[in-house]
Design a binder for this molecule. Structure first.
Ligand SMILES: Nc1ncnc2c1ncn2[C@@H]1O[C@H](COP(=O)(O)OP(=O)(O)OP(=O)(O)O)[C@@H](O)[C@H]1O
Ligand SMILES: [Mg+2]
Length: 299
C-alpha cells in the first residue's frame, strides 16, 4: 500500500496549542490516487524530447487536490542554482492560467514563472521568444498550467484562439504540457481534436465509500496527535463524512481537522462518528473563502 503521510508528527504529549497548530498546518497527506498522479508526472518528466510530446490533463471538481499534488511534484523536482555556472535550472515550470484566455497574459505568467520580470506592455512575440530562451537556459523539461478552466471565461472565439496557443506551445517547446482544471476544462480541450489527441486525462473523482476511501481516512487518522486511539475509518464514520462533505477532498480534510480540534478542546481526545455528525461542529466556510493566491508557484 502506498498510503501514508509526509507530515512531521507532533507527539501526543505536546500541549493542546501545539497539537491544534499542527492539525491546522498545511501538510501533504499521501493517498493512492494522488501518488498515482505524481507517478504519472514523474514518468512524463523522463520522456525524451520528440516531435509529438504526450500531454496530461489532471481534472476534478474544485477542492479535489489538483494544486496540492502539483505543488508536491514541484517539491520533488525543485529548481537548483549551480554556483559554478551561475545558472538556475528548473526541471518543472508551473504557473496559473490567467483569469481569461489572453495570449499576452498567458505568456506573461509563463515569463514570470521563469523568473523574468513583468512584461505586460511589451510586444507579445518578444515575450514568447524570451520564454523560449529562458526555458532552454533553465533546462526545463515540463510545463504545468493550473486552473486551465479559466479559459472558459472568454468568448467562444477567444477560447478557440487560446486552444491554438496551447497547441502551438506544445509543438514548439517539445516538452510535456500538463494542465489541471475542472471537468469543464476537459470538455473545452476535447473541442480541439488535435489537442484532444495529445492529452491523456487523469481524473480525481469525488470520494465514494470504498477501500481507497477507508485508506485515506486511516492515513489522516495516523497523523492526528490525539491522546486516545482514533479509528474513524469505520463504515459508520465513512458514511457520516461522505454525507457532510459530498466526497470533496478539501471538505473531508477540513471536517476531520475541525472535529480533531474540537476533540482536543473538549478533552474527549477522539474523533467519533457522533462528533463528525454533530450539528454543533462549526465547519469553516471552505468553498467560499478559499482562493489560491495568484503566482503562488513562483515561490
Ligand atoms: N494530499 C493532500 N494532503 C493534505 N491536504 C490536502 C491534500 N489534497 C487536498 N488537500 C486539502 O484540500 C485543499 C484543496 O486542495 P487544492 O487547492 O489542491 O484543490 P484543487 O483541486 O486545486 O481546487 P481548485 O479547482 O479550486 O483549484 C488544500 O488546500 C488542502 O487543505
Ligand atoms: Mg487548484
Amino acid at each position: 500500500m502506498r498510503s501514508g503521510t509526509g507530515a512531521k508528527k507532533v507527539p501526543r504529549s505536546a500541549s493542546d496549542e501545539a497539537r491544534i497548530e499542527f492539525i491546522r498546518s498545511d501538510r501533504w497527506i499521501n493517498y493512492e490516487l494522488a501518488q498515482d498522479a505524481v507517478d504519472r508526472l514523474t514518468d512524463l518528466l523522463t520522456y525524451p524530447p520528440r516531435d509529438r510530446m504526450p500531454c496530461l490533463l489532471i481534472y476534478g471538481a474544485t477542492g479535489m487536490g489538483k494544486t496540492k499534488l502539483i505543488r508536491k511534484f514541484l517539491r520533488q523536482n525543485p529548481q537548483k542554482y549551480d554556483r559554478a555556472t551561475g545558472v538556475t535550472t528548473m526541471p518543472v515550470v508551473a504557473f496559473q492560467m490567467p483569469a481569461s484566455p489572453d495570449e499576452d497574459l498567458f505568456y506573461n505568467e509563463l515569463h514570470r514563472a521563469l523568473g523574468g520580470p513583468d512584461v505586460r506592455d511589451s510586444w507579445q512575440g518578444r515575450t514568447k521568444n524570451r520564454c523560449r530562451n529562458l526555458l532552454h537556459a533553465a533546462k526545463t523539461r515540463m510545463l504545468v498550467v493550473d486552473e486551465i478552466h479559466s479559459m472558459l471565461a472568454g468568448t467562444a472565439r477567444a477560447q478557440k484562439i487560446f486552444l491554438n496557443t496551447l497547441r502551438f506551445l506544445a509543438n514548439d517547446v517539445r516538452m510535456p504540457l500538463v494542465c489541471a482544471g475542472t471537468d469543464e476544462a476537459r470538455l473545452a480541450i476535447l473541442m480541439d481534436s488535435q489537442l484532444a489527441e495529445r492529452f491523456d486525462a487523469f481524473e480525481l473523482p469525488r470520494w465514494r465509500d470504498d477501500v481507497q476511501f477507508g485508506r485515506l481516512l486511516a492515513s489522516i487518522g495516523e497523523t492526528l496527535p490525539l491522546r486516545k486511539l482514533t479509528r474513524f475509518d469505520t463504515a459508520s464514520c465513512r458514511k457520516a463524512i461522505l454525507a457532510r462533505t459530498n466526497g470533496v477532498t478539501n471538505r473531508i480534510f477540513r471536517l476531520i481537522e475541525t472535529a480533531a480540534v474540537q476533540a482536543i478542546r473538549d478533552g474527549s481526545e477522539a474523533v467519533t462518528e457522533e462528533l463528525l455528525s454533530a450539528r454543533t461542529l462549526e465547519l469553516p466556510l471552505v468553498s467560499m473563502t478559499r482562493k489560491s493566491a495568484l503566482h503562488a508557484y513562483a515561490t
